[in-house]
Every structure is written in C-alpha cells, then in structure tokens.
Ligand binder design. Sequence first.
Ligand code: PEP
Ligand code: MG
Length: 534
Amino acid sequence: MERRLSGLAASTGLAFGPAVTFRALGEMRRAKGTVAGEKQALADAVLASLEAVTALAGSLEGEAADIVGFQAALLEDDALTDGAYTAIEGGAAADIAWRQAMAEEIAGYEASEDAYFRARAVDLTDIRDRVLRQLFDLPEPTTVPPGAVILALDLPPSAFLGIDWSRGGGIVLGAGSPTSHVAMLARGRSVPMVVGIGSEWEAISGTVVVDGVAGLVLTGPSHESIERARRRAGELGRLHEQAELRKSQPASTGDGTRIAVMVNVASLADVAGLGPETCDGIGLTRTEFLVELALRDEATQFEAYAGLLRWAAGRPVTIRTLDAGGDKPIAGYTLAGETNPFLGLRGIRLSLRHPDVFRVQLRALARAAAIGPLKVMLPMVTTAQELEQARVLLDAVLTELAAEGLPHAKPAIGIMVEVPAAAMAVASFDAAFFSIGSNDLTQYATAAARDGPGVAAYADVLHPGVLAMISHVARHGAAIGREVSLCGDAGGDPRAIPALLRAGIRTVSVSPGLLAVAKEAIRNVDLSLPDEGA
Ligand code: PEP
Ligand code: MG
C-alpha cells in the first residue's frame, strides 16, 4: 500500500528506485559463535575486504589510488589482525574483537606527532567499517546497484563518495540535516535527498520515490505515482539541462540587476572540468583539508593557492584561513573534549592561539597574492580585535618576505560574518569585504546545530531573524561601498535565493555543482515586483 512520509528536502530533484538499507555499524552486534567460527568469520571478512580494496585500487589513479593502496597494505599486515584473534580466543565475538583491535590502532595514529599519520586515521576507520560490513553482511557502497535509493539513519560522506551516482539514485535519512556535509555532497552531484523522516526508514523496502523538491518519500508507490515521478523527473532533468546550457552566461535578475555568482572550493579538483568564465571568481576556499595535511608546510600551501589563482585567470580568488574546530576537528590542533565545539575554540580564535601555524598560512597566502587578485578571509570573527591582530601578523609576514627577497603582495583582508554578534555590530569591523556564512549564522541565530538530528527544521535561513541580520550586513556594505557576499549553502538554494536578493545580497558563492541552478533561480527573480512571499 502506498504511504507518504514527510521529511526535509536536502537536495532537490526526483528519484525512484529499489531501497538499499545502510545500517549504522556502531549499533550492530553479532551473535557470537564458537571460537573457531568467529576466527574464520573474521578471516573471511578481512580477505573479502582486501579483495574489494585491491579491485578498487586498480580502478583509481593518483592520490586516491595511493590511499586505497595504503588500506590494502594494512589489511595484509598480520600485526593489525593478531590482536583481534587474541581477543576472540579470550571469548570476544569477531566484531567486538575487531573493533577493539582497531580502536587501539586508530588512537595510535590520532596521537601521532606527524600530521600525515594523524590524517591517516580516517583510512583506518574506513578499513574498520569495511570489515565490519562484511561481518554483518551489509552492502558495500561500491556494490550498490545504479539507481538505488539509499536508506539510512545517517550517511557518512565516505559512503556517499563510494557509491556510483552516475546513473541516478537518491537518499532518504531517518535523521540527518540539510546542512550536513553529506547533504552538501548530494547537492553538488544533484542526488535527490530527503532527511529527517524519523524511525520509519528502517522498515522501508521495495521501490521508493524520493521527492527532494517537496521533502517527501513515497513507499509502496502505485503504478500512477511511479509514472508521475518519471514524468516529473524528466521535466526537472530538462530544466536542469536548460540551466546547464546557460551556465556560462552571467546571471541577472528579471529586472536586470547583475548578481555575481562565484564558486566554493576546497582544492583545484573541485573545479576540474569547469571553465573560469562560468563564474565570477572563487568566493570561498575551505583550506581545512589542505592545511590539515600541510599544517607547517609553506611550499605545499603556496602551490595550492597559486594553482587556484592561475585557474581563475585574473578573477578574484577568496581563500579562507584555517577554520578548524566545530564539526571540523584536526587532531593535535583543535581542543579535545570541548562540551560544545561549535561554541568553542574554532576558526580565527584557534589561528590566533597557534601563531606558528597561522604564520605559515599567511606567508603562503602573501606569496600567492603576487600571482593574482587574492582576497584573504578570516572565519568566525567575533571581535574587531581579532581582525586587527590578524592584520598585524600579516604585516609582520610581509616585512619578513620583503627581507628575504621573495615575491609577495598584500592581499585584501576581509571577514566572514557568521557570528550573530558580529553581524549586528558589522559597522565595527574595518574589513575590506564581508562574506556571510549563512550555515553558521543560521545555526547560531536559531540555536539549532547545523548537524543536529531533530532540529534541522529550526535551522532555517529564511527565519525572519536570520534574514534581518543578512539585510543589516548587506545594507552596511552598500552604505560604505564594500562588497558583501554570501557563501553559505543558502546562496545555491533556489528556495532561499529570492529572499536573499530581496535582503540586499548581490554576490553569492556556491558549490560548483549548483552554479547552473543558482543562476537560473536568480534569473527567475524580479526585484521590481513586490515580494509575493512577504
Ligand atoms: C558557513 O558557515 O556558511 C560557511 C560558508 O562556512 P562553513 O560551512 O565551512 O562553516
Ligand atoms: Mg562557517
């Protein structure tokens, strides 16, 4: 019988296909067999994982192949499995024994002095989960049939990346949030996604329709419902194609107001295949991933920043200094054990506490500024003093570089506006530009964690309180003639774009996958007409 379940739209579009369930590994326990049986089960699971990883390594190139090769080497290493076999002999079930052995190994990597080894801890977590999936007979992301609808309580980004989305498919989550990282990935790849449908996700099987426009899920759909979904998917696909065709044209609203549309990146890989002429530059570079691997490595950072400037070919490139903390911890750098990391030491607060690390990034940025129009953006700024302290450090770095005779230039220095107190007191910041981080601004203003299950409906950028702050910042920028952009997810969300433009935003920065859709949504707004939604 057909049933409708409502949740929150996290990635637009329509999908229908067979349900494939992903259970949270952390909650699963194996029924224990004999010692010999448990040992055999673990040996089989490790072997099957090794075969899967080896096959995957063969199909990849470059850094991705290296990572998977490293995982294969670990699975072949007896030292990793010996501890687990000993625990089985001591009476543990294979899953518990494997978890314990891996927990020790992962903790060892996480505590390493060397940033490279610390970063490898995620690869170990990945291996742990691969073997556990074998032990529980759960699907591997790589074996999900094309076009399937994934059902899970929540989905880690690594599982999303392992699935082949090239032939469609969708996602339905019992928990989750539209601002989570996996939702960002889904939007970037145009995978329809509905989150927060509650505990019912576990009982769903058979064909499922995912309506990522309305935030609805249909289970046991009738023949007519499937036909309707097919038709609407076709219509949406055509609209998408039309948007793609006009992607390289600049975006203006129906009344002719030009809106600059920039892209958000983490590295050059995010703009692979995209011509710089399709956008108005880079509005946000999240340097967390790069800097985590190259915390004190100026040359690597410089090359990465220089690569972005060369790609942009004269267009502005905004690079954000390290925004670690909150949902982006870096072992050995961020503070462990904070009760609420989102309200703790993160972003510029941490950079100012670690001048040794910050200095390296500022040097690499000042050197890259000699290549093109670089803008440096500070995250999580709360007080005017933070901006001034960063400026003093940048000036010191410029003096150093001049003394060393290295090519460099002084980049414009701006701030992210994502702390409500900073938004309301925006006039107290002498920043060259302002960029509204609507993801964090919304979570702080609505007191609803951006990754919090159950509170996603509160974390709405269209809340009048959030829009009032955005409009306050936009008006200030217009009054003093300094750019105000918006680089949170809302900038690429067709549902939010009309309200943002009406609040005075004239520059947005969006995930490259949403460039076409965002431009099309801008073209559909007419600022000379009264706001129908008001
Ligand atoms: C934001 O907070 O809106 C933002 C763009 O930064 P991040 O999502 O990286 O916190
Ligand atoms: Mg932020």
